[in-house]
Design a protein around this ligand. Structure first.
Ligand code: CDP
Ligand code: CDP
Length: 234
């Protein structure tokens, strides 16, 4: 019998949603590490489908993208370099962050059948709990029964500044105004699509991170998660 309480405690599903640059993925990674849970970046999966389609070099056509989506292999693997995204066994973790992918990912991820295929994969990944998943529809569609749902927000200037800093720190030039426009455009597209739009679940806890540091927001979510885990395991 396992006498280690940590190992026998029921593991929950933590859903983190919100618009671009609200700090979902960095927060989710820290929370997963602190709880020894698995982190799943669902945005990386939609980005991988988009990259596969760009590589096909075909005209935009929903049926082609759906066919492609059925025939590609997308995996997320945890390595010493953090979580990596593989498309047909090739590590595409950097390529899926290109501005070309970023500009095309919203229309690709608005295709209902594409969502159905990826949501199915995401549900399988989280079926045993012990997961921190971030995206746009995790609390509303993928795991509507998640034990903890968090919706992160921040004002647009802050989110654009965060993305700008990220790019500049990589030694690449960037224009903060075009970053702001790209974020606004993507948020609008993601919020207004018909199938599982970006939306806060009714039972999600909203956290405005505009004036929070990354560690403040991560610690806040870890605190919420520990409270839920304790409550469930009494
Ligand atoms: O990190 P960033 O906020 O730039 O975006 P991301 O999380 O990598 O997601 C990229 C895009 O994938 C989003 O703009 C959405 O169009 C789509 N996405 C989605 O539709 N549903 C999800 N669960 C996650 C991402
Ligand atoms: O996943 P999402 O697009 O919501 O955001 P992210 O990729 O987790 O965060 C975007 C950038 O903002 C990262 O470089 C974070 O380190 C940074 N960030 C920050 O500076 N302060 C915060 N309170 C949260 C995130």
């Amino acid at each position: 019998m396992d006498t280690n309480l940590e190992n026998i405690a029921k593991k929950i599903v933590i859903a983190i949603d919100g618009p671009a640059g609200s700090g979902k993925s960095t927060t989710a990674k820290i929370v997963a590490e602190a709880l020894k849970y698995i982190y799943v970046d669902t945005g990386a999966m939609y980005r991988a489908v988009t990259l596969a389609w760009i590589r096909e070099n075909k005209e935009y056509n929903e049926d082609n993208i759906i066919d492609l989506c059925k025939n590609i292999d997308i995996t997320l693997e945890n390595t010493s370099l953090g979580q990596r995204t593989f498309l047909n066994k090739q590590d595409v973790s950097e390529e899926i962050r290109s501005s070309e992918v970023t500009q095309l990912v919203s229309p690709v991820s608005a295709i209902p059948k594409v969502r159905e295929i990826l949501v199915d994969m995401q549900r399988k990944m989280g079926e045993n709990g012990g997961i921190v998943m971030d995206g746009r529809d995790i609390g509303t569609v993928v795991f509507p029964n998640a034990e903890l749902k968090v919706f992160l927000t921040a004002d647009i200037k802050t989110r654009a500044q965060r993305r700008y800093n990220e790019i500049i720190n990589k030694g690449v030039n960037a224009d903060i105004n075009s970053i702001e426009q790209e974020i606004l455009k993507r948020d609008k597209y993601d919020s207004s699509r018909e199938t599982s739009p970006l939306r806060q679940a009714d039972d999600a806890i909203e956290i405005d991170t505009s004036n929070m540091t990354l560690s403040q927001q991560a610690n806040y979510v870890i605190g919420l998660a520990k409270a839920v885990i304790n409550e469930i395991n009494v």
